[in-house]
Ligand binder design. Structure first.
Ligand code: GLY
Length: 385
């Protein structure tokens, strides 16, 4: 990525801070799979007893990000310890295959940054097998009538057979990978059918996206949309906008289908137009002004997608996307990062959802995507999706 001198220096400085932090945090959290921090110390999500939700604990959807951070660090530093810690995390995830009922469409988020990353770097046959197993589970969630991948299993009393969510754009790269790896076109066919459905059913004419679309699981067709983790139905959950923005870009990277690039750009233009002057991203672009809830994770994910768009477009267009990404990332570094030794996390002010008390906290994927974005700016990054 071609940057101006001042920006290049900033990237080097931030990579220095990331490397210093990850050096001691990785040792401290070596045997954990963190989701958040409690009083500055990483939790271990597999310790959470699932109770009524089998998708929690070891099957929690974010459990691939810690391994992904280790692979990014290994790629950057070539320090063997990161590879070893990534392997600990990947081995722990095998329990999910045994449990099975806790698994959902987020097998992409879980096994792309762990097993696929491992296989890409080391050609470990066990990792390949795990990733193909996960890809088959994902393919098995495809609904032929509606042309979508089912998101979650039933939520207590809620029938979710027809539910798909924009986040799935990050899971389908597992299917692209499976086709690239095996030569069997079925996985890619399913991924592209889902992406095509998402282009029309999720992305609105103004470039904003729905979080949840409910289809008729028997006949296909949209029944209704849901606000999901955003403020309300018809609003604009910023992490969902970021999943869409970067997600369509990923589909473009794997398929070269121009419509995916145009869709990613359309979402990006909507996102850029909504970035506030201070660069701090709210939980929902259509939330009330007060309280000023924010979500640093949305900024980090969107920055990754904007950088990927900048890499794909011509020289006259590039600058728009790159400037926006730099604004988001520099704001995070200056105002929403904890570089001290008091906290295991980097990003502060991540929010799980608008109507959820877990606001303005650290969330592992905030750290993951911040790292990914900064390494992308340096160039020669390890692409995990
Ligand atoms: N994929 C769920 C979330 O973004 O919170």
């Amino acid at each position: 990525m071609q940057l101006q001198t001042g920006d290049r220096e900033w990237v080097e400085e931030v990579i220095g801070k990331i490397t210093a932090k990850m050096d001691w945090v990785s040792e401290k959290s070596k045997h954990k799979i963190p989701y958040t921090t409690v009083n500055g110390t990483h939790d271990n999500r597999p310790d959470k007893v699932p109770e009524s939700d089998p998708a929690d604990g070891i099957c929690w959807w974010t459990n691939g990000f810690w391994g992904g951070m280790m692979w990014l660090m290994y790629h950057e530093t070539k320090n063997q310890k990161y590879k070893e810690i990534a392997n600990i995390s990947e081995d722990m995830l095998d329990e999910c295959f045994r449990l099975f009922y806790g698994l959902h469409h987020d097998v992409g988020f879980m096994w792309l940054p762990t097993s696929v990353a491992n296989y890409r770097v080391t050609k470990n046959p066990e990792s390949r097998k795990r990733a193909l197993h996960a890809a088959n589970l994902l393919a098995g969630r495809f609904n032929l009538a509606g042309g979508f991948i089912r998101a979650w299993n039933d939520l207590e009393e809620l029938d979710t057979r027809g539910w798909a969510i924009i986040d799935c754009m990050f899971n389908i790269p597992l299917l692209y990978w499976a086709t690239e790896e095996t030569g069997d076109p079925r996985y890619k066919q399913i991924a592209m059918r889902h992406a095509d459905t998402a282009m029309t059913a999720f992305v609105r004419p103004d470039g904003s996206v729905n979080h949840i679309v409910e289809f008729d699981p028997f006949e296909g067709g949209v029944v209704r949309t849901h606000g999901g983790q955003g403020y309300e139905e018809g609003s604009s959950w910023t992490r969902g906008q970021a999943w869409g923005l970067y997600g369509f870009m990923m589909s473009y990277i794997h398929t070269a289908k121009e419509e995916y690039l145009h869709t990613a750009k359309r979402i990006a233009h909507y996102f850029i137009a909504n970035i506030p002057e201070n660069g701090i991203i709210p939980i929902d672009f259509r939330q009330p002004k007060e309280p000023a809830y924010e979500d640093s994770t949305a900024a980090a994910i969107a920055a990754c997608g904007l950088i990927e768009i900048a890499k794909a477009v011509g020289p006259y267009e590039k600058d728009l996307y790159l400037r926006a990404a730099l604004k988001l990332l520099k704001t995070l570094d200056a105002l929403r990062c904890d570089w001290t030794t008091e906290a295991d996390h980097m990003l502060t002010h991540g929010s799980a959802a608008y109507h959820n008390p877990d606001r303005h906290t650290s969330i592992i994927y905030g750290d993951y995507y911040f790292m990914e974005a900064v390494f992308k700016l340096k160039g020669n990054d390890l692409y995990l999706w």
